[in-house]
Design a binder for this molecule. Structure first.
Ligand SMILES: Cc1cc2nc3c(=O)[nH]c(=O)nc-3n(C[C@H](O)[C@H](O)[C@H](O)COP(=O)(O)OP(=O)(O)OC[C@H]3O[C@@H](n4cnc5c(N)ncnc54)[C@H](O)[C@@H]3O)c2cc1C
Length: 435
């Protein structure tokens, strides 16, 4: 262990000054660090890529990274199950899985996260036939609060799987995850602008497509839709050319966005016109490429985000209310609202637990204060039965979660069993789970 420099997250919403940092290179070393934390009475948090907007990974105790625990630990070619060291980053997976012809079943917008960090907060993509990333976990190896090793699989301690798959970092240090992968596939992507009213057909659209999502630019009546269809690898790629790709992803989606955000800051009244322009120049293209190339893109413009999961059929009403609220507020919002969907799942702390879900995400540029906008959006989402993403900004506490998650008490019981001394506690977990 070494004494430590300050830590901050990607969204610049959270910072901490850990007393020590550790970068264990083996499972034994992880166990030793956890035992040392417990003996010294210091809290311990593992950090992945620090891409959560909440303080879920922050600590003033021992900050552990698993950057030395990355890569494939085993592959079952029959079942397509792959055991990964928990510090593996999603962007490493295409190369790691290529020799086996496998891929992740679904992905979110970026690939910077660690596999353990992404699954522990319920990271998801879009697609009504697909659950979030954590639903694909079939087994885990973790170091619990007393430093001992616990294996959880469909045959061993199986009753813990719905808690351990999406454990918020509260149950132990995950050192290995077994993931159900699928044969590698391509996605045919169709992206184009449509009228705002398309949100009234949200259920039909997500039912009709493998992966459907939309972006609405506030102060406009247009949305950008993105419909992805899964295709076998043999059907052949038709990628966007490298120049077009660079223009779209680096310059338009990132460089131009930065310019737009900064213009919007000095001249807020220009934001509606800038947004209308954005709906004209963004996203009218069709291409076919590897799944990971289509799902993810770089995010070079820093922002803050709040995202809520709503019962799927609540999405249109909530979006109409969000639009009316923004129009009435006088605020100038320069970042799009993103809308996605996911299947119901069984993980106890999943935002999609027990119900088909629609996700609505609101964003603000890093230099703009998101407080009032996010508070007003949160009120709307809560009124529609919303549950906030564990890695994105919200102001709720454990009393609300006890009402919104039917298995909340069961999750707390597992935490009492695996971490009775609260080695993995931090202020965020105390707020959302209690002491
Ligand atoms: C630009 C951007 C785009 C995003 N896009 C999406 C998206 O499309 N969909 C979506 O759902 N989310 C998205 N997110 C949110 C992001 O996926 C989650 O916040 C995710 O948790 C970040 O992963 P990480 O590796 O950075 O984890 P961190 O933020 O570092 O950690 C998250 C939690 O996991 C715990 N943890 C990490 N490793 C371990 C371990 N080995 N054992 C136990 N606990 C562990 C940490 O202690 C902490 O509690 C996005 C975030 C950003 C910044």
């Amino acid at each position: 262990m070494r004494s430590s420099a300050p830590w901050r997250n990607w969204g610049r919403t959270e910072a901490s000054r850990p007393a020590f940092r550790a970068s264990p290179a083996s499972v034994d070393e992880v166990q030793a660090v956890v035992r040392a934390a417990r003996e010294r009475g210091l809290p311990l948090k593992v950090v992945g890529a620090g891409h959560s907007f909440t303080a879920i990974a922050a600590t003033d105790g021992i900050l552990v990274d698993l950057d030395q625990l990355q890569g494939v630990r085993g592959v079952d070619r029959e079942t397509g199950r792959v055991t990964l060291a928990a510090g593996t980053r999603l962007h490493q997976l295409p190369e790691l899985l290529a020799p086996y012809g496998l891929a992740l079943q679904n992905m979110g917008d970026i690939d910077r996260q660690s596999i353990a960090g992404a699954t522990s907060t319920g990271t998801h993509g879009t697609g009504l036939r697909f659950g979030g990333l954590a639903t694909t976990i079939t087994g885990a190896l973790l170091v619990t609060g007393d430093g001992s090793l616990l294996r959880v699989t469909e045959d061993e301690n199986a009753e813990l799987l719905p808690a351990v798959r999406l454990g918020l970092g509260a149950l132990g240090v995950l050192v290995e995850l077994e993931i159900q992968c699928v044969p590698a596939y391509l996605l045919h992507a169709v992206e184009h602008p449509e009228d705002f009213e398309v949100i009234d057909e949200f259920r039909d659209r997500v039912e009709a497509a493998d992966h459907f999502e939309l972006y609405w630019w506030p102060h406009t009546d247009r949305v950008m839709t993105k419909t992805n269809t899964r295709l076998p690898v043999e059907s052949g790629r038709k990628p966007v050319g490298p120049v077009a790709n660079w223009v779209e992803e680096r310059l338009m989606s990132n460089g131009a966005l930065a310019v737009m955000c900064n213009v919007g800051r000095v001249a807020p009244a220009a934001t509606p016109a800038i947004n209308r322009l954005a709906t004209k120049v963004y996203g009218d293209r069709e291409y076919t490429d590897h799944s990971y190339e289509v799902f993810t893109a770089p995010r070079n413009v820093r922002f803050r985000e709040m995202e809520y999961a709503l019962p799927l059929d609540e999405v249109p009403a909530a979006l109409h209310e969000l639009r009316a609220m923004i129009d009435a507020s006088g605020w100038r919002i320069g970042f799009p609202v993103e809308v996605r969907a996911a299947a119901a799942d069984e993980n106890w702390m999943s935002t999609a637990h027990g119900r088909e879900s629609g996700y609505i995400a609101v964003h603000r540029y890093v230099k703009d204060d998101p407080t009032e906008y996010f508070r007003a959006a949160q009120e709307i989402f809560l009124a529609h039965g919303g549950r906030p993403h564990w890695g994105k900004m919200h102001t709720l506490d454990h009393e609300v979660f006890a009402e919104r998650y039917p298995r909340f008490g069961d999750f707390l019981a597992v935490r009492n069993r695996l971490d009775p001394d609260r080695v993995f506690q931090n202020p965020y977990l105390e707020r959302v789970l209690g002491r």
